[in-house]
Design a protein around this ligand. Sequence first.
Ligand SMILES: Cc1cc2nc3c(=O)[nH]c(=O)nc-3n(C[C@H](O)[C@H](O)[C@H](O)COP(=O)(O)O)c2cc1C
Ligand SMILES: [Fe+2]
Ligand SMILES: [Fe+2]
Length: 403
Amino acid sequence: MYNVRKVTEDLFWVGANDHRLHLFENIHPIPRGVSYNAYVLTDEQTVLFDTVDWSACRQLLENLDHVLAGRPLDYLVIHHMEPDHGASIQEILLRYPQVKVISSAKAFTMMKQFGFSTGDHECVEVKEGSTLSFGKHSLTFLSAPMVHWPEVLVSLDTTNGALFSADAFGSFGALDGALFADEVNFDRDWIDDARRYYTNIVGKYGPQVQALLKKASGLLDQIKFICPLHGPVWRENLSYFVEKHDLWSRYEPEDRGVLIAYASMYGNTEEAAQGLATRLYERGVKNVVVHDVSNSHVSYLIADAFRLSHIVLASVTYNLGIYPVMHNFISDMKALNLQNRTVGLIENGTWAIKSGELMQKELEGMKNMTVLPDKLTLTSSLPAERACDLDAFADALAASVKG
Ligand SMILES: Cc1cc2nc3c(=O)[nH]c(=O)nc-3n(C[C@H](O)[C@H](O)[C@H](O)COP(=O)(O)O)c2cc1C
Ligand SMILES: [Fe+2]
Ligand SMILES: [Fe+2]
C-alpha cells in the first residue's frame, strides 16, 4: 500500500518510516524510529530525489508507482550516496530502464564502489552552480562537502523554493504521518532528537555546515521549504531550525546550564554528582542535567554536551585510568570537535587517584575547553564533614554559569 504526502504543487514525499531499526548506523539508539525521505517532482519530466534504505525499498517503489501513475521516471537525483539513501538505486535503475541519473562525480564513483552499475543509463554529472530544468521547475546545485560525506550535493528548486538539503536539517524520529515540522510540537517533541541526530552524525563538521549555511544565506529569501533526508519538512519558521544549526555548527551552547556526567561503580561518585546537582539548583542554576555514563547512551551525552555551556565530569579511577565508559564519552566529544565549554572535574579512587589528572589531560587536547581550577577529589567517598568542599565546588560552578 502506498503512503505518500504532497509537499507542494508537483512535489511529493515518497519516503518511508522505520521503527524496526534499533541502532542508526548500528551505533545510535533511535527509540522513536527514523524516516528515510525521498521526494518526487512531477513536472514535464519526472524526477525522483534520492532513494531509501534497502529495508524500505518496497515502500518507496509502491509510493513511486502511485505518484507517477503510469508516467515514466525521467530522472533520479542522488544527493548523498550513504546507503540509508542510496541502497535502493539499483532497484530504481532496473525498474525504470530509461531513467537518467544526476549526481556529483564523487557520488558516481561511490556508486561503483558500492556495487551499483548505471549500465546504459545516461549519467549527468553536476557540481556547484549546475542548473537543470525539468519543465516549469529548475534546479540549482550546491556542493556540501562533508555535510555528512564528501560527495554531498544539495539542490534548490528555484521555482517553488524547495531546498533538498540531504542529511543537513535532518532528525531522528519516524514521521508517522506528520510530514511537516509545523504539524508537530517540534520544540517540545522533536528538538532533542534533532539535536542528537545533528551532533552525533554531523557534529564533527561544524566548519563545513557553516560553509553551507553561508551559501544558503544568499538564497534565504528563495527558500520556502527545507526537504531533508530524515525527519520533518520545514515550510514555516525556517529560521528557528537554521539558527539552531548555526549555534551547533559554531559549537556555541544553546542554554547556560550544566551537564553532570558521572561514572560510578559503588555509588559514591554518584552521590557527589547528585549532591552537586541539588546545590546548583539551590544556587539558582537552571538546566542541570545528570547522566550516569553507564546508563545513558553516549549519543545523549553528546547532545547535552552540545546544548549546555558547562560540563562536569565525575569519574572513578579504574586500573590507574579513567573509567572506560567515561573515557569513551570524552573521546567522542573530542572526535566530534566539541569546543568552547567550561568543565569541572570530580575524581575518585581508593588507593591511587588518577582520573582527574587524566581527564584534564584529555580536555587539554580539545579546543577552547576551560577547566575550572579546583577539582574535587574523593578518597572512596565524600563524608558529610566534607559537604563544605562540595558547596565550594558548586559555588564556583554556579558563579561561572551565571557569568
Ligand atoms: C577494576 C577496578 C579498578 C580500580 N582501579 C583503581 C585505581 O587504579 N586507583 C584507585 O584509586 N582506585 C581504583 N579502584 C577503586 C575505585 O576507583 C574506588 O573504590 C572508588 O572510590 C569507587 O567509587 P564509586 O563508589 O563511585 O564507584 C578500582 C576499582 C575497580 C573495580
Ligand atoms: Fe548520511
Ligand atoms: Fe542519512
